[in-house]
Design a binder for this molecule. Structure first.
Ligand code: AP5
Length: 220
């Protein structure tokens, strides 16, 4: 199964992507996580990406496309994958189409759009904390792990540098102008499924699984 998760910042792509990966037995590939890890290790990729992440802007297409191409070539993607946060522009979607056309993967099976209104996004993200080691997300309203430490690995929970309100609003503007047009690309291919993301995590997950099990209305 080859899936794309798209949606505004904070829509729950990471949360649902992890659960889907577990349920379907395929890796979740999150470009945001890969870029943040590169920033942490101060690699050349991290140094070039950091200013974009700090401002809530998109890293240039060619950088992200190369990164995803390398990741999809690994053996754990042979049976499928979940792309979280990629593609994010129509150019990236076209690059992915041609990338997959030239491999054994075949095309994407479904593009799952998580829909959430802007004010809920701001509330969710300003209260989000993430594990500094395994990146599991938590929220101040639902509990900060084990006294501020991750329940999975025991590491400290931290706030992402782009989760301040001003940067969240900049990310929302980028989403509206650069990423939303992408949904039309997948709608035209008959691969787009839209799920409301404001319900409880279990409910959203159930809805996503239901859409995945339905046959797609592919037009090409
Ligand atoms: P990225 O890391 O992809 O960030 P994002 O898309 O802004 O999404 P988030 O990770 O903030 O949110 P999410 O939808 O995963 O929600 P989550 O599950 O964590 O990208 C960061 C940056 O990297 C970009 O700004 C850009 O600079 C760069 N980048 C990445 N990919 C790129 C690309 N392809 N091209 C160019 N640049 C790229 O949930 C959020 C919070 O809500 C958590 O606290 C969670 O616990 C909570 N929550 C989740 N679901 C629910 C629910 N149903 N009810 C209540 N709370 C919930």
């Amino acid at each position: 199964m080859k899936l794309i998760l798209v949606g505004p910042p904070g829509a729950g792509k990471g949360t649902q992507g992890e659960r889907l990966a577990g349920a379907l037995g395929v890796p979740r590939i999150a470009t945001g996580d890969i870029l943040r890890a590169a920033v942490e290790t101060k690699s050349p990729l991290g140094s070039s990406a950091k200013p974009f992440l700090d401002r809530g802007e998109l890293v240039p297409d060619e950088v992200v496309v190369d990164l995803v191409r390398d990741r999809l070539a690994r053996s754990d993607c042979a049976k499928g994958f979940i792309l979280d946060g990629f593609p994010r522009t129509v150019n990236q979607a076209r690059a992915l189409d041609s990338m997959l056309a030239s491999t054994v993967h075949g095309g994407i099976d479904r593009c799952l759009l998580l829909r959430l209104d802007d004010e809920t996004v701001v509330r969710r993200l300003s209260g989000r904390r993430v594990c500094s080691s395994c990146h599991t997300p938590y929220h101040v309203d639902t509990g900060l792990g084990d006294e501020g430490r991750c329940t999975k690995c025991g590491s400290e929970l931290v706030q992402r540098s782009d989760d301040r309100e001003e940067t969240i609003r900049a990310r929302l503007a980028v989403y509206a102008t650069q990423t939303e047009p992408l949904t039309e690309h997948y709608r035209q291919l008959g691969l787009l499924e839209t799920v409301e993301a404001d319900g409880p995590v279990d409910q959203v997950f159930g809805e996503l699984m239901k859409r995945i099990r339905q046959p797609a209305q592919k037009t090409r």
